[in-house]
Design a protein around this ligand. Structure first.
Ligand SMILES: [Zn+2]
Length: 298
């Protein structure tokens, strides 16, 4: 057979992708962000500080309902104030503690104050498959791999209008990119940073939901895993064996499980994963399980 052409669709088949992130675990996130998201069937990523975790039961419920929990260190200290040993502890012990307390995996990390140091980066790379940073190119095109351990994000401040927030979505869709807005506290917060009005936030979410057929609203871990899996598979050569072409790859250890990829195969007759025959969707697109580490086409 001729070698079929394998194409992986960026952003899960949508024009663009967005991941909503929330830092510091302020109690107003449980009052505003979590209900606003779940009411619309959306999920975000919440970066919690292990030693400052309040409302444990409510966070557990949110996590069980599908909100993603990320690691935001033990104590949210400034990176420059930490020794190399403390940097390791702040990330490694925090991941362990959050996972024990909440009973979920926390594959993603965010730097406190978006401050990066060599020791923090090295530890983040060892314990997490991606890390969110702060400033940089906030609209990430799928053809250029980003800095996976300092992903740029867009900070929403108290004064950020819902028009600006919606403009971020439009720009992202227009660019066919991935963007990562970053929220902190909401109105009524005791000590949270840059509280945002819930009205603005919900207005932004409603607009996002209206554009849902164009933009993939996935958690940071989901979109990051999709893109890393896509990149890995694109670099994999298919081998011709007994009239079939077989691709084999290895899922990186720290990457979350159950990532699926949307692919197109031109010139393929039958597509298998682990001897399971896959059926294409009506548009000819196959959904493959990255965990299977194998794709066979004949
Ligand atoms: Zn923070």
């Amino acid at each position: 057979m001729t070698h079929p052409e394998l194409k992986i669709l960026p952003w899960n088949g949508y024009k663009a992708a967005i991941s909503l992130t929330f830092d510091d675990g302020d109690p107003t996130q449980l009052e505003t962000a979590v209900p606003a998201l779940s009411k619309r069937g959306l999920r975000g990523t919440f970066f919690l500080i292990a030693n400052r975790l309040k409302n444990l039961e409510e966070w557990k419920k949110a996590a069980q309902a599908g909100q993603e929990i990320g690691n935001h260190t033990l104590d949210h200290k400034h990176g420059w104030a930490l020794s190399p040993a403390e940097s390791i502890e702040q990330i490694a012990a925090s991941r362990q503690k959050l996972e024990e307390l909440l009973g979920v995996s926390t594959p993603t990390f965010a730097y406190p104050f978006t401050e990066i140091t060599p020791a923090l980066r090295q530890t983040a790379e060892k314990h997490h498959f991606l890390s969110r940073g702060g400033y940089g190119s906030v609209y990430m095109p799928s053809q250029n791999q980003p800095d996976w351990h300092y992903l740029a994000s867009q900070v929403a401040f108290s004064h950020t209008s819902s028009g600006i927030l919606k403009g971020w979505t439009d720009q992202n869709i227009y660019n066919h990119t991935w963007s990562i807005p970053q929220f902190h506290a909401f109105t009524g917060s005791q000590a949270g940073w840059q509280p945002l009005s819930p009205v603005k936030f919900e207005d932004f979410l409603d607009d996002l939901v209206e554009k849902q057929n164009q933009i993939w609203i996935g958690t940071l871990g989901e979109v990051g895993a999709y893109w890393q899996a896509q990149d890995l598979l694109e670099k994999t050569q298919g081998n011709l064996e007994n009239g079939s072409v077989i691709w084999n790859w290895k899922k990186p250890l720290l990457m979350p499980a159950r990532t699926t990829l949307k692919i197109q195969l031109h010139g393929a007759k039958k597509v298998y994963q682990k001897n399971r025959l896959l059926e294409p969707a009506e548009n000819g697109i196959y959904t493959i399980a990255f965990d299977d580490e194998e794709l066979k086409v004949s």
